[in-house]
Design a protein around this ligand. Sequence first.
Ligand code: SF4
Length: 413
Amino acid sequence: MRFFVETYGCTMNRGESAELSSWLRGMGHQQVDGEQEADVALVNTCLVIASTERKVRRRLEGLSAQGKGLIIVGCMASVDRDRLSREFPEAVVCGTKDYRELPPMVSRAFGSTPMGTEGPVEDSPLVLPIAQGCNGACTYCITKLARGDLVSYPLPRLVNRVRESVAQGSREVLVTSQDTAAYGAGEEHRLPELLKRICDLPGDFRVRVGMMNPDSLRSIVEGVGEAYRHPKLYRFLHLPVQSGSDRIVRAMGRGYTAEEYMRMVGTLRGAVPELTVSTDVITGFPGETEEDHQATVRLLEELRPNIVNVTRFSPRPGTVAERMGSQVPGWISKERSRELTALRFRISSEINTSKMGREYAVLIDERGKGSSVMARTDDYLPVVIKGELPLWKRVKVRITAAASTHLYGEPLR
Ligand code: SF4
């Protein structure tokens, strides 16, 4: 069969799509770029918020109406397998914990062709899932229902995966899971050691660490600070705070206070002053008062993060928060979301403007719009460079302009 891949959701889904499609190629199936030439669609689903779930369902219906075969994986396949199997009886529906079953399921549904060789996982950048699930119990989170409790992948296998990928030319490694700081909890190896072992590998590459839960970071924050000093590790921290109100954070089933959160970020900024900080906030969580909202505003003003992902609360089926009373009216959460988004762009514009005139060595890691490329500083700041420059090249630039979400740089001759 000829198949194409469509991935929704997080970096983890991206990594698993790369892995699963390499298995299908290994089974002798042909991967194509678009739906026109494809017989089958491998759709890696997400349902973290209601609007994404609706979008994915519409897409599955559209592909099915075109007569495409469906292989449905990802969190929706874990949480809603029966309903999907009812709605798409011909489809292969495989949850995230059953991926090892996918090849035989596909063979039964779409036949098998003479065994090919397991194709190399397209991996520039290499997306490296280091664990599945987490130790959290966040009351709003449907991902927990899909991914379950923490299962950390063996450290030697992960280090080997990076060694192979760098040997094949990878220049960037995206370390990911639902909560990277939970890696190896209760086991021998934790995140700082994994990062050190990866960064100690020979080769010119950079490593980005994905999202952490402050509750998991608490016990390893010093070690993570030490790890961030390694020149191969992007000085980038993604640490969702979700709310500046301790009362709301508790109602979310998370165990830190705003003061403790700021202390942890302070420790990491102490280790690497130029740390780029990304955080997430949820507005309109059940019971959120204007005072709770203002506590979030104050925290962001004090934290001055480079990036804030603002999400309006949407009750997810089967979660504790879905059954909570005092849901916040839509127009209020919309207003609060607008206010936090404006604040976030004001802060990031001020930070980016302060970078004007500075010089950086950057790694070109993405094609940009028109004739431009996107590059990353070692603080993982995005820099747009005009012109056709080759991917994965390292160049020196001077920052010539600043926008609220990125910088503009000119190559130094
Ligand atoms: S840490 Fe919380 S938000 Fe993150 S996946 Fe686990 S339960 Fe969900």
